[in-house]
Design a protein around this ligand. Structure first.
Ligand code: TA6
Length: 281
């Protein structure tokens, strides 16, 4: 494919990475996983996404940071009894095909599709695609289409890692109600106000609020979601960071995952599409 003026391809260790530099923003997207690695709007040139300094680009490991695409399941929901199935589905390590890439007045529009939609742990006849708009805002649309003759059920997430400068100076607003705490056997707790971070955090907020705001020492990041049933908030904290080969011991201090997710399972009827959307600005 002939790439438009904004876009070029570079090699990052073993991976092909698209570099988009248009009038509105700069972005990098790895073709492994259709994984957005970086997003800097030109209005303030501030990096919105966190990418681990120890992230592996060897093509064998999922990339730590940026925006992993988790599909057709989120977490270990399909793999609790079968440790051979990967956490967060099987498209994170696939090479995705760039179907189209166009410069418009708004920004750069990309369409990507995984090599295969099929994999152990999921029997639905699905067609997955990811539309990305690199503009004043970054917009990701994860589209799941049922191309078979039977309904299927799936879960998914846009597992975004945000650069927040210093976790002790970070506050998340916009969420309310109860959350399920994975660090406490999924017991239910009230969303704190103010929502700040002092310990390992792994929470599923079963709410469909559309907009949240992250205030942090490097500025503010606005995140909106559509098509979700949950927001997931994750920080591994030091005790887990030190066990992770692809995160430095103090990496947890500079990141917070705020994920647009379908955790409860969504049924897609034959011929129907389901779209999970996240925007970042
Ligand atoms: O979204 C939160 C979570 O499911 C956590 O439980 C944690 O394990 C994290 O994702 C990272 O998962 P990964 O497979 O990328 O190591």
């Amino acid at each position: 494919m002939i790439l438009p003026a904004s876009t070029s391809m570079i090699r990052k260790q073993n991976l092909d990475v698209l570099v988009i530099d248009n009038a509105k923003a700069q972005t990098q997207i790895s073709l492994m996983g259709a994984h957005v690695l970086s997003y800097k709007p030109k209005a303030d040139n501030q990096e919105r996404l966190w990418l681990s300094s120890n992230a592996k680009f060897d093509g064998k490991h999922a990339i730590r940071g940026g925006i992993p695409v988790c599909w057709p399941w989120f977490g270990d929901s399909h793999g609790q009894n079968d440790k051979t199935l990967p956490a967060h589905g099987y498209v994170r390590k696939q090479i995705w095909r760039l179907v189209s890439c166009t410069d418009t007045e708004q920004g750069t529009e990309l369409l990507l599709e995984p090599t295969t939609n099929q994999g152990a742990g999921f029997s639905g006849e699905a067609k997955l695609s990811l539309k990305i708009l690199v503009a004043e805002r970054l917009t990701l649309q994860l589209i799941t289409e049922n191309v078979g003759s039977k309904p299927f059920n799936y879960t998914a997430a846009l597992h975004s890692y945000f650069a927040i400068g210093d976790i002790s100076q970070t506050e998340l607003s916009g969420l309310s109600g109860h959350y399920q705490d994975k660090t406490r056997d999924f017991r239910s707790f009230e969303t704190p106000t103010p929502y700040q971070f002092f310990e390992e955090t792994d929470r599923v907020h079963l709410c469909t609020q559309e907009a949240v705001l992250l205030k942090h020492s490097a500025g503010e990041t606005a995140i909106t979601s559509k098509g979700h049933d949950s927001w997931v908030v994750w920080n591994p904290w030091q005790e887990n960071a030190i066990t992770m080969a692809d995160m430095s011991d103090d990496g947890y201090q500079q990141m917070l995952c705020v994920e647009t997710a379908i955790t409860q399972g969504l049924t897609v009827a034959p011929g129907e599409k389901s779209t999970l959307v996240q925007t970042i600005s």
